[in-house]
Design a protein around this ligand. Structure first.
Ligand code: XMP
Length: 509
């Protein structure tokens, strides 16, 4: 296994993910961890992560430097490298040449960490301080124009440093560098899998919860369903899920979910039909942020009231994933979190004075699906495309009425039927329809019509942070369009959205 020492970088979980992708177990520990604990974990290697501090700041995080004498291979990344170099007698200085973003990397030694990598590649830099002198025994293994010491190693002591971030996609050969560390330097074995993760998580949940009770807001989406099943396997009937029907769900959604969730999984679920509250409050509201806020607030109130009926609950579980955390920390792309207020149960733990458990918070969507599979969940649940909390409310542009909801539900149902029938459902991150607040003129059976326009949106994505519009075959688009116009009263025009994220977002509001 690998221990990752968390110096506070926003990319730490990405490091962990990269390690897991190689089927090697990894554990993240704070810098305050003591040497005995590290030794007791018996790691094959240690990674010192990056972090926002400068090593010269008084309060910058530090780890016991005895770590460098354990004889365990160590890779320092960015701040982690600077910390190591400084601790071992090298020099780190503030330079005028800050480097942030892409940089050309010239590799001087195509061995150890850089095996199977071309001499010239790119990397992602993000640092103000730079290393100006290496400790004894170290040599430079790569450099960039602005950073002479972009990588260094002391091969005898198995100590490695990368000034850039190998864990991010922006360093194209970064995965290979990490693989080289795992399998060349640390001699790790590929023997970790989701089964092990499930087992550990279940044990952890049992330990944390004890004989207390847990409440979970279930949406029917992959994340909350997998969270429910995982916690259910740990504590059984001590888990109660609450499903709030906000009146903004897709066609027959609540009924379908009732069957899958309750019957297949035998989990305690309270279904609350609150459609009227939501729809009444949304009456006449057209501003997207207002809609989101109203939906979020009512959800919290209803959930809170329902949860109060459950005696003795101490914990609130949430299906938060790692990208949810990164998005709210604004990695790379800017402050995504304030672009749209996300309606998740964010404010709930505070309001309800419950302790939070988020067993999926280190996982990415594809890992959550793999976990669901390991837990024996039905494919139908695991492979559901994401559906936003505010539901069809943010897919009806303009005013939300029951009539418009009925139109959009029918359109959406046809789209999903065809996407599934043609084998695209699993390939797409999301596919859905948006009802526009404008009408257009058409002609049907020699008669002029003046009806609604819908837009179809289908995107491919890894984690919703970026997305591309799906190149669906014209034949399929034609079929969907024909069916919608023929079968749904009130629609006479279908458009296809060909914008990517960024600069657009996946949802329209
Ligand atoms: P955007 O539209 O920001 O969406 O590109 C990114 C992903 O997040 C989903 N989404 C939400 N999910 N609550 C959720 O649980 C929300 O309020 C919400 N808004 C957007 C969206 O469907 C896409 O997968």
């Amino acid at each position: 296994m690998i221990v990752v020492i968390d110096f506070g970088s926003q990319y730490n979980q990405l490091i962990a993910r990269r390690i897991r992708e190689n089927r090697v177990f990894c554990q993240i520990e704070p810098p305050t961890v003591d040497i005995e604990t590290i030794q007791s974990l018996n790691p094959d290697g240690i990674i010192l992560s990056g972090g926002p501090s400068s090593i010269y700041e008084k309060k910058s995080p530090k780890i016991d430097t005895a770590i460098f004498d354990l004889g365990i291979p160590i890779l320092g990344i960015c701040y982690g490298m600077q910390f190591m170099i400084d601790a071992l007698g090298g020099t780190v200085e503030k330079t005028t040449k800050r480097e942030y973003g892409f940089a050309g990397l010239n590799i001087k030694k195509s061995k150890s960490l850089f095996e199977k990598i071309d001499q010239s590649t790119t990397c992602w830099m993000s640092h103000g301080d730079s290393i100006t002198k290496l400790p004894k025994g170290f040599s430079v293994t790569a450099s960039t124009d602005n950073t002479p010491v972009a990588a260094a190693e002391n091969i005898k002591k198995n100590l490695y440093g990368l000034q850039f971030h190998p864990e991010v996609e922006h360093t194209p050969k970064g995965k290979q560098m990490l693989r080289n560390f795992l399998f060349n330097a640390c001699d790790c074995k590929r023997n970790w899998n989701m089964k092990a993760f499930a087992k550990e998580s279940i044990q952890q949940i049992k330990k944390t919860v004890g004989d207390k009770k847990v409440i979970l807001g279930l949406s029917g989406g992959v994340d909350s369903s997998v969270t429910a099943v995982l916690i259910h396997q740990a504590i059984g009937k001590h888990l109660t899920c609450i499903f709030v029907d906000n009146g903004l769900l897709r066609l027959n959604e609540a009924a379908k979910l009732k069957i899958i969730l309750k019957q297949h999984l035998n989990i305690n679920i309270r279904f609350v039909n609150a459609a009227k509250f939501f729809l009444d409050a949304l009456n006449g509201v057209t501003d997207p942020e207002k809609k989101r806020k109203i939906i979020g607030k009512i959800f919290m109130d209803i959930f809170d009231a329902e949860a109060k009926k459950i005696q003795g609950a101490d914990f609130l579980a949430q299906g938060t994933l790692y990208p949810d955390i990164i998005e709210s920390q604004s990695a790379f792309g800017g402050p995504t979190s304030i672009i749209k207020s996300h309606h998740n149960v964010g404010g709930l733990p505070k309001k309800m004075k419950l302790k939070l458990i988020e067993p999926l918070k280190y996982l990415f969507k594809d890992e959550v699906r793999a976990l669901g599979k390991t837990l024996g969940m039905p494919e139908e649940l695991i492979w559901r495309q994401p559906f936003p909390g505010p539901g069809l409310g943010i897919r009806i542009i303009g005013e939300i009425t029951r009539k418009r909801l009925t139109v959009l539900r029918k359109v959406d149902d046809i789209l999903i039927q065809e996407i599934k029938a043609n084998g695209y459902y699993k390939k797409l991150w999301q596919s859905f329809a948006v009802l526009l607040p404008i009408k257009s003129v058409g002609v049907m059976g020699d008669k002029r019509t003046y009806e609604n326009i819908v837009t179809l949106r289908a995107v491919t994505s890894k984690d919703a942070m970026t997305a591309d519009w799906a190149r669906l075959p014209h034949k399929l688009l034609a079929k969907i369009s024909n069916r919608i116009i023929n079968e749904v009263n009130g629609v006479n025009r279908v458009a296809y959205d060909i914008s990517s994220k960024p600069p657009s977002t996946i949802e329209w509001e």
